[in-house]
Design a protein around this ligand. Sequence first.
Ligand code: ZN
Length: 276
Amino acid sequence: MLICPKCKEKLYIEGRSYICPNKHCFDTAKSGYVNLLLANQMNSALPGDNKLMVQARKAFLDKGYYSPLAEKLCETVSRYAFDKCRILDAGCGEGYYTEKVASACPNAEIVGIDISKNAADYAARRTKSVKFAVASVFHLPVADESCDIVTTLFAPYCGEEFLRVLKNGGVMVMVIPSERHLWQLKCAVYDEPYLNEVKDFALDGFELLSRETVTGEITLPCTEDITALFSMTPYYYKTGIEGQQRLSRLETLTTEIGFEVLAYKKKSEFCAINYI
Ligand SMILES: [Zn+2]
Protein backbone atom coordinates (compact mmCIF):
# COMPACT_ATOMS: atom_id res chain seq x y z
CA MET A 1 0.00 0.00 0.00
CA LEU A 2 2.76 2.47 0.88
CA ILE A 3 4.44 4.44 -1.88
CA CYS A 4 7.50 6.66 -1.98
CA PRO A 5 6.48 10.26 -1.20
CA LYS A 6 9.14 11.53 -3.63
CA CYS A 7 8.56 9.51 -6.80
CA LYS A 8 5.27 7.66 -5.99
CA GLU A 9 6.78 4.25 -6.76
CA LYS A 10 5.96 1.31 -4.50
CA LEU A 11 7.97 1.00 -1.30
CA TYR A 12 9.55 -2.28 -0.28
CA ILE A 13 10.79 -3.27 3.14
CA GLU A 14 14.48 -4.11 3.33
CA GLY A 15 15.70 -4.77 6.83
CA ARG A 16 14.72 -1.72 8.86
CA SER A 17 14.17 0.54 5.84
CA TYR A 18 11.54 1.24 3.24
CA ILE A 19 13.12 1.57 -0.21
CA CYS A 20 11.65 2.45 -3.62
CA PRO A 21 13.02 1.31 -7.04
CA ASN A 22 14.65 4.75 -7.39
CA LYS A 23 16.62 4.12 -4.19
CA HIS A 24 14.83 6.67 -2.05
CA CYS A 25 15.28 5.24 1.40
CA PHE A 26 13.25 5.82 4.58
CA ASP A 27 14.48 4.28 7.82
CA THR A 28 12.10 3.03 10.45
CA ALA A 29 12.38 4.57 13.92
CA LYS A 30 13.26 2.41 16.90
CA SER A 31 9.57 1.95 17.76
CA GLY A 32 8.83 0.81 14.19
CA TYR A 33 7.10 3.68 12.38
CA VAL A 34 8.45 5.20 9.19
CA ASN A 35 8.56 8.92 8.49
CA LEU A 36 7.25 9.59 4.96
CA LEU A 37 6.47 13.27 5.51
CA LEU A 38 8.49 15.47 3.19
CA ALA A 39 9.75 18.81 4.47
CA ASN A 40 7.59 20.73 1.97
CA GLN A 41 4.44 18.99 3.28
CA MET A 42 4.93 20.31 6.80
CA ASN A 43 3.22 23.45 7.98
CA SER A 44 5.45 23.66 11.05
CA ALA A 45 8.71 22.14 12.29
CA LEU A 46 6.82 19.62 14.43
CA PRO A 47 3.35 19.23 12.92
CA GLY A 48 0.43 17.56 14.66
CA ASP A 49 -0.12 16.79 18.32
CA ASN A 50 2.83 17.31 20.63
CA LYS A 51 4.07 14.71 23.07
CA LEU A 52 2.04 15.95 26.06
CA MET A 53 -1.17 15.97 24.07
CA VAL A 54 -0.49 12.49 22.71
CA GLN A 55 0.23 11.21 26.22
CA ALA A 56 -2.94 12.80 27.61
CA ARG A 57 -5.03 11.31 24.81
CA LYS A 58 -3.48 7.87 25.24
CA ALA A 59 -4.03 7.90 29.02
CA PHE A 60 -7.65 8.98 28.56
CA LEU A 61 -8.51 6.46 25.84
CA ASP A 62 -6.76 3.59 27.62
CA LYS A 63 -9.15 4.09 30.57
CA GLY A 64 -11.93 2.93 28.23
CA TYR A 65 -14.16 6.03 28.33
CA TYR A 66 -14.75 5.76 24.59
CA SER A 67 -14.90 1.95 24.42
CA PRO A 68 -18.56 1.95 23.23
CA LEU A 69 -17.36 3.88 20.18
CA ALA A 70 -14.45 1.47 19.63
CA GLU A 71 -16.91 -1.44 19.71
CA LYS A 72 -19.26 0.16 17.20
CA LEU A 73 -16.33 1.07 14.96
CA CYS A 74 -15.05 -2.53 14.97
CA GLU A 75 -18.55 -3.85 14.31
CA THR A 76 -18.91 -1.50 11.32
CA VAL A 77 -15.45 -2.20 9.86
CA SER A 78 -15.93 -5.97 10.34
CA ARG A 79 -19.08 -5.79 8.26
CA TYR A 80 -17.00 -4.82 5.22
CA ALA A 81 -13.67 -6.49 6.02
CA PHE A 82 -12.56 -9.81 4.54
CA ASP A 83 -9.47 -11.97 4.56
CA LYS A 84 -6.35 -10.06 3.47
CA CYS A 85 -8.29 -6.84 2.96
CA ARG A 86 -6.35 -3.61 3.17
CA ILE A 87 -7.38 -1.00 5.69
CA LEU A 88 -5.99 2.51 6.02
CA ASP A 89 -6.52 4.51 9.20
CA ALA A 90 -6.12 8.10 7.99
CA GLY A 91 -5.24 10.31 10.95
CA CYS A 92 -4.72 7.41 13.37
CA GLY A 93 -3.40 9.43 16.31
CA GLU A 94 -1.76 7.27 18.96
CA GLY A 95 -3.37 4.15 17.51
CA TYR A 96 -6.06 3.34 20.10
CA TYR A 97 -8.75 2.69 17.50
CA THR A 98 -6.28 1.26 14.95
CA GLU A 99 -5.29 -1.42 17.43
CA LYS A 100 -8.94 -2.23 18.16
CA VAL A 101 -9.66 -2.60 14.43
CA ALA A 102 -6.55 -4.77 14.04
CA SER A 103 -7.83 -7.09 16.80
CA ALA A 104 -11.26 -7.25 15.19
CA CYS A 105 -9.78 -7.96 11.73
CA PRO A 106 -6.72 -10.12 12.44
CA ASN A 107 -6.26 -11.14 8.79
CA ALA A 108 -6.31 -7.61 7.38
CA GLU A 109 -3.28 -5.64 6.25
CA ILE A 110 -3.52 -2.36 8.15
CA VAL A 111 -1.65 0.91 7.78
CA GLY A 112 -2.07 3.87 10.13
CA ILE A 113 -1.03 7.37 9.14
CA ASP A 114 -0.70 10.48 11.25
CA ILE A 115 1.07 13.78 10.75
CA SER A 116 2.37 13.77 14.32
CA LYS A 117 5.66 11.95 14.85
CA ASN A 118 4.84 11.61 18.53
CA ALA A 119 1.50 10.00 17.74
CA ALA A 120 3.07 7.56 15.25
CA ASP A 121 5.73 6.67 17.81
CA TYR A 122 3.15 5.79 20.48
CA ALA A 123 1.02 3.94 17.93
CA ALA A 124 3.97 1.83 16.78
CA ARG A 125 4.71 0.91 20.40
CA ARG A 126 1.08 -0.01 20.94
CA THR A 127 0.82 -2.71 18.28
CA LYS A 128 3.17 -4.49 15.92
CA SER A 129 0.35 -5.83 13.74
CA VAL A 130 -0.14 -2.44 12.05
CA LYS A 131 2.36 -0.47 9.96
CA PHE A 132 2.50 3.17 10.99
CA ALA A 133 3.80 6.08 8.94
CA VAL A 134 4.13 9.80 9.50
CA ALA A 135 2.39 11.63 6.66
CA SER A 136 -0.34 14.14 5.92
CA VAL A 137 -3.85 12.95 5.03
CA PHE A 138 -3.71 15.58 2.28
CA HIS A 139 -0.68 13.82 0.69
CA LEU A 140 -1.19 10.16 1.50
CA PRO A 141 1.87 8.03 0.62
CA VAL A 142 -0.54 5.29 -0.44
CA ALA A 143 -0.99 3.76 -3.90
CA ASP A 144 -4.04 4.59 -6.06
CA GLU A 145 -6.96 2.20 -5.52
CA SER A 146 -5.03 0.08 -3.05
CA CYS A 147 -7.39 0.18 -0.04
CA ASP A 148 -10.57 -1.75 0.62
CA ILE A 149 -11.45 0.33 3.69
CA VAL A 150 -10.41 3.76 4.91
CA THR A 151 -11.22 4.79 8.48
CA THR A 152 -11.19 8.42 9.59
CA LEU A 153 -12.00 9.39 13.18
CA PHE A 154 -12.11 13.05 14.23
CA ALA A 155 -9.42 13.61 11.62
CA PRO A 156 -9.14 16.17 8.83
CA TYR A 157 -11.15 15.06 5.80
CA CYS A 158 -9.61 14.96 2.35
CA GLY A 159 -12.21 13.44 0.03
CA GLU A 160 -10.01 13.57 -3.07
CA GLU A 161 -7.23 11.62 -1.42
CA PHE A 162 -9.57 9.09 0.19
CA LEU A 163 -11.28 8.49 -3.17
CA ARG A 164 -7.91 8.12 -4.87
CA VAL A 165 -6.60 5.43 -2.51
CA LEU A 166 -9.88 3.49 -2.23
CA LYS A 167 -10.65 0.70 -4.68
CA ASN A 168 -13.85 1.07 -6.65
CA GLY A 169 -16.64 0.06 -4.33
CA GLY A 170 -14.31 0.48 -1.33
CA VAL A 171 -15.72 1.66 1.99
CA MET A 172 -14.93 4.66 4.15
CA VAL A 173 -15.92 4.55 7.81
CA MET A 174 -16.02 8.01 9.31
CA VAL A 175 -16.63 9.05 12.91
CA ILE A 176 -17.71 12.56 13.85
CA PRO A 177 -19.06 13.99 17.11
CA SER A 178 -22.85 14.20 17.55
CA GLU A 179 -24.67 17.41 18.42
CA ARG A 180 -24.57 16.91 22.19
CA HIS A 181 -21.14 15.28 22.46
CA LEU A 182 -19.45 16.65 25.63
CA TRP A 183 -22.35 19.01 26.28
CA GLN A 184 -21.81 19.17 30.06
CA LEU A 185 -18.09 19.74 29.57
CA LYS A 186 -18.90 22.73 27.39
CA CYS A 187 -21.46 24.00 29.93
CA ALA A 188 -18.71 23.90 32.56
CA VAL A 189 -16.38 26.00 30.44
CA TYR A 190 -18.61 28.43 28.56
CA ASP A 191 -21.30 30.88 29.62
CA GLU A 192 -23.13 30.25 26.39
CA PRO A 193 -22.27 26.81 25.09
CA TYR A 194 -23.35 25.81 21.61
CA LEU A 195 -24.26 22.43 20.14
CA ASN A 196 -21.84 20.78 17.73
CA GLU A 197 -22.78 21.45 14.17
CA VAL A 198 -23.60 18.16 12.47
CA LYS A 199 -23.26 18.73 8.76
CA ASP A 200 -25.16 17.17 5.93
CA PHE A 201 -23.83 13.64 5.57
CA ALA A 202 -23.64 13.75 1.76
CA LEU A 203 -20.09 13.62 0.43
CA ASP A 204 -18.97 13.98 -3.18
CA GLY A 205 -18.00 10.68 -4.76
CA PHE A 206 -19.48 8.63 -1.92
CA GLU A 207 -22.80 6.93 -1.27
CA LEU A 208 -23.93 6.76 2.38
CA LEU A 209 -24.40 3.12 3.39
CA SER A 210 -25.24 3.48 7.05
CA ARG A 211 -25.41 5.95 9.91
CA GLU A 212 -25.36 4.75 13.48
CA THR A 213 -25.28 6.90 16.59
CA VAL A 214 -23.41 5.91 19.72
CA THR A 215 -24.49 7.77 22.85
CA GLY A 216 -23.67 7.45 26.50
CA GLU A 217 -22.63 9.22 29.64
CA ILE A 218 -19.19 9.17 31.22
CA THR A 219 -18.08 10.28 34.66
CA LEU A 220 -14.57 11.59 35.01
CA PRO A 221 -13.50 11.18 38.62
CA CYS A 222 -10.47 13.50 38.65
CA THR A 223 -9.16 16.80 37.32
CA GLU A 224 -6.46 14.95 35.39
CA ASP A 225 -8.99 13.08 33.26
CA ILE A 226 -11.12 16.20 32.77
CA THR A 227 -8.10 18.14 31.55
CA ALA A 228 -7.02 15.24 29.30
CA LEU A 229 -10.46 15.08 27.71
CA PHE A 230 -10.56 18.82 27.23
CA SER A 231 -7.12 18.84 25.58
CA MET A 232 -8.42 16.31 23.02
CA THR A 233 -11.17 18.64 21.84
CA PRO A 234 -11.06 21.47 19.32
CA TYR A 235 -12.38 23.78 22.10
CA TYR A 236 -9.01 23.51 23.81
CA TYR A 237 -7.49 25.90 21.30
CA LYS A 238 -10.41 28.31 21.36
CA THR A 239 -10.84 28.70 25.09
CA GLY A 240 -9.40 31.57 27.07
CA ILE A 241 -7.58 31.34 30.41
CA GLU A 242 -10.83 31.93 32.31
CA GLY A 243 -12.53 28.90 30.82
CA GLN A 244 -9.47 26.73 31.40
CA GLN A 245 -9.32 27.87 35.03
CA ARG A 246 -12.99 27.04 35.54
CA LEU A 247 -12.29 23.58 34.24
CA SER A 248 -9.20 23.05 36.38
CA ARG A 249 -11.34 23.72 39.50
CA LEU A 250 -13.66 20.80 38.70
CA GLU A 251 -13.00 17.62 40.63
CA THR A 252 -15.50 15.42 38.85
CA LEU A 253 -17.56 15.76 35.72
CA THR A 254 -20.37 13.72 34.24
CA THR A 255 -21.00 14.41 30.59
CA GLU A 256 -22.89 13.07 27.64
CA ILE A 257 -20.88 11.59 24.81
CA GLY A 258 -22.18 11.00 21.30
CA PHE A 259 -20.74 9.92 17.99
CA GLU A 260 -21.99 9.40 14.47
CA VAL A 261 -20.48 6.31 12.84
CA LEU A 262 -20.95 6.69 9.10
CA ALA A 263 -20.14 4.14 6.42
CA TYR A 264 -19.78 5.27 2.83
CA LYS A 265 -19.12 3.41 -0.39
CA LYS A 266 -16.94 4.90 -3.10
CA LYS A 267 -19.19 5.42 -6.11
CA SER A 268 -18.07 3.24 -8.99
CA GLU A 269 -18.50 5.92 -11.62
CA PHE A 270 -15.87 7.96 -9.83
CA CYS A 271 -12.63 7.40 -11.74
CA ALA A 272 -9.36 7.70 -9.91
CA ILE A 273 -7.31 10.61 -11.10
CA ASN A 274 -3.81 11.20 -9.92
CA TYR A 275 -4.34 14.29 -7.78
CA ILE A 276 -0.80 14.57 -6.50
ZN1 ZN B 1 11.18 7.06 -4.69
